[in-house]
Design a protein around this ligand. Structure first.
Ligand code: AHR
Length: 490
């Protein structure tokens, strides 16, 4: 098979906001306890954070990490995770039927974020709490005003404010599974008043309003319109969440999942622009795709997890090669829409639907999906170029005209990097490259395997890892492969 990829380095989609490579840590399962925090582990640092995990997180170059939820946040009292640790309450965690010890809270997590070279994207509870508690948290984190919550932080040992710039107004408030679930109108009013109070407290922060927790939500569209009509002037971004999966074991269809993500982005951006026009505003609302990933492998086993445990092994999806290709296609899609998607969070980071896995007290390793994320996060910075790919297409049960090749090009100074997935099960693809004449290829990194279901594990941590392909006259994409091809100016 052949495909022609054409670029023009004057035809720029947009500057890539580095926050598109964000991730997410929730108080859920073993993400925190046994994941990032394991005080008895041989690699634990002075605060009990696992240094092996810190190193893996740092290698991913994640600029923001959303915290503390997720569904968890909608019944969370942030004060429980501050101050004297011996006095912190042990509580029922009703979103995930677990027990929360509150050993880790914002006091500790902000230190973990520093040690991971990342920043926090903070979510506030708009399920069972409201505007006052949210603005108190902004004061606790960001101010030095000598007032109650700023002083509370200082008394807890933190003289310097944490300086958290990005805040989410609740989590998935459209979902009936959410504690404190709201109608669009109820949420819109609450989000608007909370936004005003939070920005009065710290006018430098940026706010994300909840959009739909998936494109298949019956309220999708109307929810966005209602929320934006109410909050437009007070918020900066609208959130999108979506998870993908292959429950029917139809790989060709599964590999087309990114087309659903693309349509979701297009539809949501259109609604933002319609409300902008209605309001005759000159401000754009950009998109925060702050939960995206593959989530289905662990669904069955999670039904059998006993309730009311501390850090039960929930949502521990084990990812294979085809999952890595889907993640690659999803990353390409986010990059293709970097003019509107300014923030995106791979949900999540450690143990819970995650690229990084640990044994509590034991080994750590990386999953297949770690690699496309690593390649894009490290090399996909700069400007995304409009990348026209002429190639064949195929049809599946749920998707028509699926291009065999998914691709995007990123320019950074003298370098151009092409990310591409070949979706074909049996044909390799020879690329004809137009617009690359002033550049020569310097490396071609490939992730593939004959067995699409192969995974990494603690015993076989390198069963799947990328390899370097020889650079020749021709650029060939192997069947069902993820590719990163780097070029530099001649
Ligand atoms: O990431 C796992 C869960 O997925 C989050 O808690 C929730 O926001 C979403 O439904």
């Amino acid at each position: 098979m052949k495909a022609k990829i054409t670029i023009n380095n004057l035809d720029i989609i947009g500057e890539i906001d580095q926050r598109i490579y964000g991730s997410f840590i929730e108080h859920l399962g073993r993400a925190i306890y046994g994941g990032i925090y394991d005080p008895l582990h041989e690699s634990a640092d002075d605060m009990g954070f696992r240094k092996d995990v810190l190193e893996l997180v740092k290698s991913l170059n994640v600029p923001i990490v959303r915290y503390p939820g997720g569904n968890f946040v909608s019944n969370y009292k942030w004060e429980d995770g501050t101050g004297d640790r011996s006095k912190r309450p042990r509580k029922l965690e009703l979103a995930w039927n677990s027990v929360e010890t509150n050993e880790i809270g914002i006091d500790e997590f902000q230190e973990w974020a520093k040690r991971s070279d990342t920043e926090i994207m903070m979510t506030v509870n708009l399920g069972t709490r409201g505007a006052v508690e949210a603005s108190n948290l902004v004061e606790y984190c960001n101010l030095n005003t000598g007032t109650y919550y700023a002083e509370m932080r200082r008394k807890n040992g933190f003289d310097k404010p944490f300086g958290i710039k990005l805040w989410c107004l609740g989590n998935e408030m459209d979902g009936d599974w959410q504690i404190g679930h709201k109608t669009a109108q109820e949420y819109a009013r609450l989000a608007c008043e909370t936004a005003k109070l939070m920005k009065l407290t710290d006018p430098t922060i940026e706010l994300v309003a909840c959009g739909s927790s998936g494109p298949l939500m019956p309220t999708f569209g109307e929810w966005e319109r209602t929320v934006l009509r109410e909050c437009y002037d007070h918020v900066d971004y609208l959130s999108l969440h979506s998870y993908y999966g292959n429950p029917d074991n139809d790989t060709s269809d599964y590999l087309a999942s990114s087309m659903d993500m693309e349509q979701f982005i297009i539809d949501t951006a259109r609604i933002c622009d319609e409300v902008k026009a209605e309001k005759k505003s000159d401000k754009d609302i950009n998109l925060s795709f702050d939960e995206w990933n593959i989530w289905f492998h662990s669904n069955e086993q999670d039904k059998h997890i006993e309730h009311w445990q501390v850090a039960p092994p929930l949502l521990e999806d084990i990812y294979n090669v085809e999952d890595a290709l889907v993640v690659g296609c999803l990353l390409i899609t986010l990059l293709r829409h970097c003019d509107r998607v300014k923030i995106a969070c791979l949900a999540q980071l450690v143990n819970v639907i995650a690229p990084i896995m640990t044994e509590t007290g034991g080994r750590s390793w990386v999953q297949t999906i770690f690699y496309p994320f690593l390649h894009c996060s490290v090399n996909g910075r700069g400007k995304a170029l409009r990348t026209v790919c002429e190639c064949g297409t195929y049809n599946t049960k749920n998707h028509s005209n699926v291009p065999y090749i998914e691709s995007i090009t990123v320019q950074n100074g003298n370098d151009i990097t092409l990310f591409a997935v070949n979706r074909s099960s049996d044909e390799s693809c020879e690329l004809e490259l137009k617009g690359f004449e002033g550049y020569c290829p310097v490396s071609h990194t490939v992730l593939t395997n004959d067995d699409m279901k192969r995974c990494n594990s603690a015993d076989e941590p390198d069963a799947i890892s990328p390899v370097q392909q020889k650079i020749g006259e021709e650029v060939i994409l192997a069947p069902r492969s993820w590719n990163m091809i780097k070029f530099t100016a001649k």
